[in-house]
Design a binder for this molecule. Structure first.
Ligand code: BES
Ligand code: MG
Ligand code: ZN
Length: 525
């Protein structure tokens, strides 16, 4: 599939099929971009906007056909001129693109307007993300006739008043394209059914990324025996009911361009990494990687199980981020950190060997967990990943992404990620990075008193709290396995998937939540 963006200046020899016009909440005459049309055309556009009650309110979309030289134009409501910014631009542009795709046009043009500002690289990146991400389908299983029906907007032309900025904008487009490819990888991995994506599949994907990185990234896999030897009883407990072996996947981006003293764990020999004063901060990204969550013996009802192929969305996001890291030119986009990725990958299945409610497991830090519900499995796998990160990788910050609780969806709905964290500075920086990308999240409290709900009569903790505050008790459970490191936890149970099939930048199915925001976070000074 070739989808392309071109940046041009001056008049075009051939006009594209459609044109996009951002329209603010004000008289149509004020919209400079529309000066492109003659008086008669403008009059017609005006009449139609009045008839259709188009006032330029945010997210209003109006397509008008037969406005020469275009087959159609799309007016996009942009709200108040003074409130406009690049985040809104990205969202509204995606809506316009979705509309054009829906009407089966192949090409579109957008002309630069003042409110887009002068950060040319950022502008190019924004356009590319809106274009590629809203142009995504998971069509692997569609027959070729059906595939043809899934229309793409193939060509997007961005027209600028003069040629001076073209290079910078193209640089940004290139960055946005690299990032979008990472999101595509994440979405594909989540969208493929659990019959195709197993722990070994995630291993293969990690090795593909390592290979393509030409030395920038190293991958190490810990198999069942090694996990056993290291004491990961919680992770292994979840996996024990499955026919498939668990894989504990570690990726490492040493960031050699900025970091001289960085060690990568070698196969079979995890080395504790030293802390030196000169080194750059080290971040560990952990992604929940349950390739299928049946609930285990605490079996889910069928409807709740339908979407449980998505339970590795956290891990898929970490792989998406690492793929992007391999592609970035460090000279242009320096990454400010040394980065580790961890995917504790396994299935959660019932069987004669499966974990039973009431069983007690011991995590890597020695703490014991009474498993009262085998469906609260993500926190068990993450407990060992958190302990491993802290003990063996010594990061300055751990960020975990996990489709962790249905309760988070009850609390925040199915689009907003729940954020928890133990460090104000990192929380604020992370929130800012997410906001700039237009992804949604909301901070929830690590309310310590609720830890009482996790008290067990026979072990150090139990793995479920009560009926209420389930997203919080899950986060508090995880916090028990982070002893001193700054840590952020993202509950993406709702946001990883486009449950309501909303037609915007997220596309149907997996959304890839977090990939663009985390890259923004890692590139930010
Ligand atoms: N993977 C689920 C959470 C989930 C639910 C993700 C819906 C995406 C959509 C998780 O493992 C789970 O089953 N959580 C239980 C916890 C409960 C048993 C304490 C839940 O939320 O019901
Ligand atoms: Mg579960
Ligand atoms: Zn789960």
């Amino acid at each position: 599939m070739d989808l392309k963006i071109r940046v041009v200046t001056g008049t075009l020899p051939i006009q594209p099929e459609t044109a996009i016009f951002f329209s603010f909440e004000e008289k149509l005459e004020k919209n400079q971009s529309l000066n492109f049309f003659d008086k008669l055309q403008l009059e017609r556009i005006k009449q139609i906007t009045q008839k259709k009650d188009f006032q330029g309110k945010e997210k209003q979309i109006l397509m008008i056909e037969n406005i020469a030289p275009y087959q159609s134009i799309v007016l996009v409501g942009a709200g108040k001129r003074s409130d406009f910014n690049l985040v809104k631009f990205k969202k509204f542009l995606a809506l316009a693109i979705k509309k054009i795709i829906g009407e089966k046009y192949n090409s579109a043009i957008l002309r630069y307007f003042e409110q887009l500002g002068k950060n040319w690289v950022q502008l190019g990146k924004t356009i590319a993300e809106a274009f590629y991400l809203s142009n995504y389908y998971f069509d692997f299983y569609k027959s070729s006739e059906e595939k043809k029906k899934l229309h793409h907007l193939r060509e997007f032309i961005f027209s600028v008043p003069n040629g001076n900025q073209i290079k910078k904008i193209e640089e940004g487009i290139n960055l946005g394209q690299i990032i979008s490819q990472g999101v595509y990888l994440t979405r594909d991995l989540v969208n493929f059914p659990a019959s195709q994506v197993h722990p070994e599949t995630l291993v293969e994907e990690a090795f593909k990324i390592e290979k393509a990185s030409r030395g920038k990234i190293q991958v190490e896999i810990l198999d069942e025996d090694e996990c056993q030897r290291l004491g990961m009883g919680a992770f292994l407990g979840v996996s024990q009911g499955s026919e498939r072996k668990p894989k504990f996947i570690i990726l490492h981006y040493p960031n050699r361009s900025l970091n001289s003293d960085s060690l990568t764990p070698r196969a079979g020999k995890i080395r504790s990494v030293g802390i030196s004063s000169s080194r750059i901060p080290r971040i560990c990204l952990i992604g929940k990687s349950i390739t299928f969550d049946s609930g285990g013996l605490s079996l889910k009802p069928s409807e709740a199980m339908e979407a449980m192929k998505i339970d590795m969305a956290g891990g898929a996001a970490v792989l998406g981020v690492f793929q992007i890291l391999t592609q970035l030119d460090e000279k242009i986009y320096p990454v400010n950190y040394e980065i580790y990725g961890i995917l504790p990958a396994c299935e959660n299945m019932p069987s004669g060997k499966a974990l039973k409610p009431g069983d007690v497991l011991q995590a890597l830090n020695g703490k014991t967990i009474e498993v009262l519900n085998t469906d609260a499995e993500g926190r068990l796998t993450l407990a060992d990943a958190l302990c491993f990160a802290e003990k063996h990788l010594k990061p300055d910050l751990i960020i975990d992404l996990a489709t962790l609780t249905g309760a988070c969806m009850v609390a925040l709905g199915r689009e907003i990620t729940g954020l928890f964290g133990n460090n104000k500075k990192w929380l604020e920086k992370f929130k800012k990075s997410v906001k700039e990308e237009g992804e949604e999240l909301w901070e929830l409290p690590l309310y310590q008193d609720y830890k009482r709900m996790l008290e067990s009569d026979i072990a150090d903790y139990k793995n479920v709290g009560g009926r209420y505050g389930g997203a919080i008790t899950a986060a508090l459970f995880l916090e028990n396995f982070v002893s001193k490191t700054a840590w952020l936890h993202l509950d993406i149970a709702g946001s990883a998937y486009n449950w309501d099939k909303i037609e915007d930048i997220r596309s149907k199915g997996a959304t890839g939540w977090g990939v663009t925001s985390i890259i923004n976070f890692l590139l930010k000074k």
